[in-house]
Design a protein around this ligand. Structure first.
Ligand code: M6R
Length: 357
């Protein structure tokens, strides 16, 4: 129940630190080490390529998961939008493993791909929040998100739980292969949970940002580079689905190849800067849009922050920044929708789980 919260979405945003801490408990063995069902880890490590298939926010989590798995477990990963997979079926590797990511476990587009890959005889793993859901029952293996029921149509805590589970899977698969990681993922996820708590306490600042930048705007652009690009895709989706502001996420370097034509005086551009190796280049992209009149809002990370940044998130491990940087974007979307009088939990034209193809 939503208790004292005006909307489920706000409650679910606030639950994120707890969900991460719960996952740390659920995926550890008696010795306190990160642990995942051995059959699943074996299936992942036996595959020569992983194919992540998902829709919407779960697809965005898959993009982050690709980076984690490729960097840590050194397994090539492709990420596909479920509804496109059947027409654009990639040339498959010899030993693929399909990973279906779905909060509800009921998404018809993803299920259609699962049915197809099963017919072809390929193994599958479903990462879902709902035990016993269709995608869980029909796949060979399941990993649960343990996020508790997600009621708001806009997915928040399921997204961060999906990334945390993918991070743990990547770390456990790496260890099983004998790859020594220079990161203690359990500890780093603990740091993430604390950072998320700090971010959830910054509601007032996010409400201010929403008021300043988004109260009357027609559109809004989000930019990021490297993993920040994947997070801005999610930030834009959150904003458009609940506030009806036309919002798009772009890779910073891609703007000048067309989209910059849309920048006018006062156009809000929200930029994420949490990655050291692209910090200067994303700031260069901000300068380009400011020169065309944009109203920039830079959200950076402690240690990489600069003078004009609008908000600075606490420092977390560079591979895990999406778990923290998405929280301000979720809150900005929430307050923008609230200020514009929208029904935050039940946006028009949308259903919580999309059970038609
Ligand atoms: O239940 P699923 O994770 O399979 O749902 C996939 C999408 O329909 C879902 O993430 C949708 O994009 C959300 N409304 C986004 O907030």
């Amino acid at each position: 129940e939503k208790g004292t919260y005006p909307y489920y979405m706000l409650k679910e945003i606030d639950e994120q630190p707890l969900v991460i801490r719960r996952l740390i408990e659920k995926y550890r063995n008696e010795q306190g080490e990160l642990a995942i069902d051995e059959d699943i880890v074996q299936a992942v490590n036996e595959a020569d390529r992983l194919y992540i298939v998902a829709c919407g926010t779960s697809y965005h989590a898959g993009l982050v998961g690709k980076q984690l798995i490729e960097n840590w477990a050194k397994i090539p990963v492709e990420v596909h939008i479920a509804s496109e997979f059947s027409y654009n079926m990639p040339l498959l590797s010899e030993k693929p493993l399909f990973i279906y990511i779905s909060q509800s476990g009921e998404t018809a587009d993803s299920r259609a791909v699962l049915v197809r890959t099963k017919e072809l005889g390929y193994k599958s793993l479903t990462i879902t929040n709902v035990p016993g859901s269709t995608l869980s029952r029909e796949a060979d293996y399941t990993l649960l998100l343990h996020a508790g029921p997600e009621i708001a149509v806009a997915s928040t805590k399921a997204y961060t739980a999906q990334i945390a589970v993918l991070a743990m899977l990547a770390a456990v698969a790496a260890k099983a292969k004998g790859i020594a990681l220079d990161v203690d993922v359990t500890k780093e996820l603990g740091i993430v949970a604390n950072a998320m708590e700090t971010l959830c306490d910054a509601k007032h600042e996010m409400e201010q940002i929403a008021r300043e930048y988004l109260a009357t705007t027609r559109n809004c652009f989000f930019i990021g580079r490297a993993v920040d690009y994947y997070v801005v895709l999610e930030g834009a989706l959150k904003l458009k689905e609940i506030s009806y502001i036309q919002a798009e996420g772009f890779a910073g370097g891609e703007l000048k190849h067309g989209t910059i034509a849309l920048i006018e005086n006062g156009t809000p551009v929200i930029a994420l800067a949490t990655q050291e190796h692209v910090n200067l280049s994303i700031r260069g992209n901000v300068k380009e849009v400011v020169a065309r009149g944009a109203n920039p809002c830079i959200i950076s990370m402690k240690g990489l922050d600069m003078e004009d940044d609008r908000f600075v998130i606490p420092a977390v491990h560079p591979m895990l920044t999406p778990l923290a940087s998405v929280v301000p974007l979720q809150l900005i979307a929430y307050y923008a929708a609230l200020h514009r009088g929208c029904d935050v939990d039940k946006p028009r034209n949308l259903a919580k789980s999309v059970t038609v193809e």
